[in-house]
Design a protein around this ligand. Structure first.
Ligand code: MLT
Length: 214
């Protein structure tokens, strides 16, 4: 069943029978929408409720989660504003659908807004899987991410995300206290089967204690 209560983001919500599984917040890449990652979400967390908003920023008609000035060059004021807006939506979604704090599963632009939300509003997420993410803010805000599990999946041949950039993101999340696993796959910017397998394993092994404390 798909539900779509009126909230501040156009979104899709997929409930499940097992309310103990932590929900996933699905965050699509540039040009995607709320339908894009539903299949991926189901593959990596078959028992999880899925909350999937559509990015509000349009770039040439393509939805995104924040404005950029050029490829890989972000409008950081907009990143901050949009991350706070998304954090507020997470609160609305939790109240509307009776959810604990979700784990973000973001791809590309969705992974970048997830990283920004973790750093700016850490209390809103229980953890994250960040696929092809990069540093969202040049000066990483001081955040307490103590014990939050974060999986970063980068591609060694990714033309959009330099490897040192993804490594800096991993370091800044680690410095904030997150339990970061950073894997570099023999892949480009696109999603691969290895991403699916690693995300699924990571979510299946996530300590329940961390999730239920969120
Ligand atoms: C971004 O703008 O967030 C990154 O460059 C990735 C993307 O193209 O969406």
């Amino acid at each position: 069943m798909t539900a779509a209560t009126e909230l501040s983001f156009v979104h899709r919500f997929e409930p499940v029978a097992d309310r103990n599984a932590p929900p996933l917040l699905l965050l699509h890449g540039t040009g995607g929408d709320e339908n894009d990652l539903i299949g991926l979400g189901r593959m990596v967390a078959p028992d999880a409720a899925l909350l999937s908003p559509r990015g509000k920023v349009l770039e040439g008609g393509m939805p995104r989660f924040f404005r950029r000035l050029a490829e890989g060059v972000f409008d950081e004021d907009d990143v901050k504003r949009r991350a706070n807006e998304l954090a507020d939506f997470i609160g609305e979604g939790r109240a509307a659908y009776g959810l604990p704090a979700p784990i973000a599963l973001g791809f590309s632009n969705g992974a970048n807004i997830a990283a920004a939300t973790l750093l700016l509003r850490p209390e809103t997420l229980a953890g994250a899987v960040l696929i092809r993410a990069m540093v969202p803010l040049a000066n990483s805000p001081a955040a307490d991410l103590s014990g939050k599990p974060v999986l970063i999946l980068s591609g060694s041949m990714d033309p959009m995300v330099p490897q040192d950039n993804a490594a800096r993101l991993a370091a800044s999340l680690r410095d904030a206290g997150a339990a970061v696993e950073h894997r570099v796959l023999p892949a480009g910017h696109g999603l691969s089967q290895a991403d699916v397998a690693l995300a699924r394993g990571f979510l299946a092994n996530m300590p329940r204690a961390i999730v239920s404390a969120a």
